[in-house]
Design a protein around this ligand. Sequence first.
Ligand SMILES: [Zn+2]
Length: 244
Amino acid sequence: MEEMCKSAINKGVSEICFTEHLSVREGDPCFGWLDMDAYGINIEKCRDHFQGSLTIKKGLEIGEPHLSMNKIEPYKTGQNIDFIIGSVHNLDEEDLTVYMQGREQIESYTDYFNEVLLSVTEGDMDVIGHFDLLKRYAFDLNGKYRHGDYEELISEILKKAISRNIGLEINTSGFRSSSLEIFPSQIILKMYMDLGGELLTVGSDSHSANMIGNNIAPVYLMLKQIGFNAVFSYDRRKPTAVNI
Ligand SMILES: [Zn+2]
């Protein structure tokens, strides 16, 4: 964690949010890993250490936040969480990469987006994580998806999100996958704006210190071109606009 903070400062990043991954599904590779006490202590240590040079937020990325909500609750209550990303990593208790083997593209994506809709309808989150994540895995298997095939479903997800004050996480890790695109695609961001959505956060989904802050600047430029003027920072789950 300390290395990540140092890397952020070196790259001129002024605020960082850790989003440790929580999965309460037995069988998920992340199941049982998250130790909230240790997490809290590490965050506090880094806050002390980098005081004045870096704002450090404590977040969670929750897999399938609409399922087993009673098991998720203790990770949120009384934990001083700043920010929650809600993600779909599994379908029918299977990892996405496994789920889409042997299925047609249209079936995998329809199931995936339907699950995202369900998670946005019922789950507690601040932003939807890597909206069209499936393309990270599906690209090699069956190429790029056609937005038009899922437009109605995507629009339904966005409307539901807006009605519940849920934003979108723009995740630049897509540049590291063969699709070479951010999650979500620009066309989804444009739809979100046209529907009245404005809550965006930008993250690099860094799993190592050298990836911190990657590709954030070009994303800001792209957002301005679409028509967005701000991204949001979360403190104890309250969003504040930061002009870009
Ligand atoms: Zn994720």
